[in-house]
Design a protein around this ligand. Structure first.
Ligand code: TXA
Ligand code: MG
Length: 413
């Protein structure tokens, strides 16, 4: 299926309104019930919070008129629109230049809202396979696949009979969904194929003129998108690794045999349909060739020092080789500058622009900085981006999943 024209004329003077996540909190409607069943939004009693509330109400007004609005979530910025309106959902695809057969995630702000969109045979009950996971990891970066009911327009799921749902933890995302009173469909708020946005400025760079409003809630905590879990598959399958790790999911009853797509198995039918992240379309790529240096390690372990030193030496050799004919500086995304470093940073010597994301032992930090790092080196007009791959422990699995899709060349160390 072809992508909608990515170069339709600008329609909007894109506005950016900032809001502090701390202005909003949530309380159970009834102290006796689960806090997630029907939470009530509370706005702090301060002039700043009232102003933030007014900014969210402006977003709600647009969302109610079926316009898309970019919003912060704890993973990446999302381009949100009314999930129950085919007209609103179509505008997401248009603004992003997203192929219409690539399904969207629906965001809810209460368990009651989740139940309201399940098919009638499932309503009033969360599928058993997800109950414990939801109790532990919602709100948060865990997306579950459930059967699609007729309440969800076909445009949301690209015609598939399952729909992806998550309950974000970001106070601004939660507040907006509850103020709207309907679920929001939201893919990452980037131009299709580009690195996902973790700052409002990234959204503006990609979508200015294409959307009316961006709510700026600061930087996203997780930095990579949510984990997409198909609990109905046998055995259950992680279709996209993300903020909730393989190790965390595997610890649940019924999830002992969970498999990770592409790492543990590949499905020909899935490869042909883009029901899962990065299978059919280009993903996460800056407009610069990305070369990934991939390290191997035993499952659940970090690569050893010898492997890491070899990786660094191979990157150095490649830099020397390419610099002779490189049309510009070479960008390098490193884990750290020197063994033992725990802080990131930037260095430039006229030939090589290096960005340190975070320590090898801290994949959460590397995940947080990853998309920002790719965009930053691209802005510095580097000719190539070399990336030091990390071990697949914890969020390292999500980091490597995104990097393999962004890279046009993968070098095994
Ligand atoms: O963290 C996130 O999940 C972010 C924030 C904004 O919530 N959203 C996000 O959406 O990453 P998007 O559209 O960029 O990625 C959603 C992925 C898609 O690649 C899609 O293939 C997969 O989820 N997906 C959605 N519905 C699906 C379905 N019914 N079956 C299988 N995969 C599905
Ligand atoms: Mg995306």
């Amino acid at each position: 299926m072809s992508a909608p024209a990515a170069c339709s004329p600008s329609r909007f003077a894109t506005e950016i309104l900032s809001a502090d996540p701390e202005s909003f909190s949530f309380a159970p409607r009834d102290p006796a019930e689960s806090p997630l069943l029907r939470p009530v939004l509370q706005v702090k009693d301060s002039p700043k919070a009232q102003q933030d509330h007014a900014s969210l109400l402006r977003a709600v007004e647009l969302l109610r008129s079926n316009e898309p609005v970019a919003i912060p979530t704890e993973t990446v910025y999302g381009l949100a629109a009314n999930a129950l309106s085919p007209e609103a959902v179509a505008k997401i695809f248009l603004a992003k230049g997203r192929p219409s057969d690539n399904p969207l995630i629906i965001h809810v702000s209460s368990i009651e809202m989740l139940l309201s969109i399940l098919p009638s045979e499932l309503s009033h009950r969360i599928p058993q396979v997800y109950q414990a996971l939801i109790d532990r990891h919602w709100p948060g970066p865990l997306t579950i696949l459930v059967p699609r009911s007729s309440k969800i327009p076909k445009q949301v799921t690209g015609g598939h009979d399952t729909v992806a749902v998550r309950f974000p933890s970001h106070p601004i995302a939660r507040a907006l969904i509850s103020l709207c009173g309907f679920p929001l469909a939201a893919p990452s708020a980037n131009t299709s194929g580009r690195p996902s946005p973790t700052l409002a400025g990234h959204v503006f760079a990609d979508l200015q003129g294409r959307i009316p409003l961006i709510i700026d809630g600061g930087s996203c905590d997780s930095g990579v998108e949510s984990t997409v879990l198909d609990g109905f598959a046998t055995p259950p399958a992680i279709l996209r690794p993300g903020g909730i790790t393989y190790e965390q999911i595997k610890a649940f009853e019924g999830m002992e045999n969970v498999r990770v797509y592409r790492r543990d198995y590949v499905d020909e039918a899935l490869e042909a349909a883009p029901t899962t992240p990065g299978m059919k379309y280009r993903h996460y790529s800056p407009n610069v060739e990305v070369v990934l240096f991939e390290v191997s390690s035993t499952e659940g372990h970090l690569p050893n020092e010898a492997v890491l030193s070899k990786r660094r030496a191979m990157v150095q050799t490649e830099i020397t080789k390419r610099l002779e004919s490189s049309p510009g500086p070479i960008g390098v995304l490193r884990t750290w500058f020197a063994a033992g470093d725990t802080e990131g940073g930037f260095r430039y010597d006229g030939n090589v622009a290096e960005l340190a994301l975070g320590a090898e032992s801290d994949p959460h930090k590397v995940a947080q900085e990853l998309f920002k790092g790719l965009r930053e080196l691209e802005e510095r007009k580097v000719a190539y981006i070399f990336v030091e791959g990390i071990g697949e422990k914890g969020e390292g699995l999500a980091v490597m999943n995104r990097l393999r899709k962004a890279a046009s060349t993968v070098v095994s160390v």
